[in-house]
Design a binder for this molecule. Structure first.
Ligand SMILES: N=c1c2ncn([C@@H]3O[C@H](COP(=O)(O)OP(=O)(O)OP(=O)(O)O)[C@@H](O)[C@H]3O)c2ncn1[C@@H]1O[C@H](COP(=O)(O)O)[C@@H](O)[C@H]1O
Length: 104
């Protein structure tokens, strides 16, 4: 099993754990707004690391954002396979051409 699939499974298992013992459960206990807030925070931290962080710092922030994205998707009942399907659907469609087709 690949790393993201394993993490997705772990997150789903930890959702209903004791919030005192599980960070995933503690996020759920605080609710969707907190899950969304953490994802936003991690996004900003990753963006800052792109501009001024070391390779190590950016790697850590990238891991944080993937973790918090998986927690958010799980909270909304959306499997990561759906995201991968969407990326597969976009495969070979230039972002420039796609944008132009929207304004046509
Ligand atoms: N990959 C992660 C992971 N990445 C980051 N984090 C946590 O995410 C939090 C990041 O938030 P911050 O850096 O903002 O730190 P903070 O200020 O302490 O956080 P808040 O109190 O603001 O939420 C930290 O507490 C990290 O420990 C993670 N927590 C858990 N996992 C995975 O999830 C699994 C289940 O974790 P538990 O639910 O804790 O058992 C673990 O086995 C890991 O595989």
């Amino acid at each position: 099993m690949d790393t993201l699939s394993r993490l997705e499974q772990t997150i789903a298992q930890r959702r209903a754990a004791d919030p005192a013992e599980s960070y995933v459960a503690s996020l759920h206990a605080k609710g969707l707004p907190q899950i969304a807030r953490k994802l936003g925070e991690e996004g900003v931290e990753a963006a800052v690391a792109v501009l001024s962080g070391s390779a190590e710092e950016l790697t850590g922030e990238a891991a944080d954002i993937l973790f918090h994205l998986l927690v958010a998707l799980d909270a909304r009942g959306i499997g990561f396979d759906r995201v991968l399907e969407e990326l597969d659907r976009r495969d070979g469609i230039s972002g420039i051409a796609e944008k132009a087709s929207r304004s046509a």
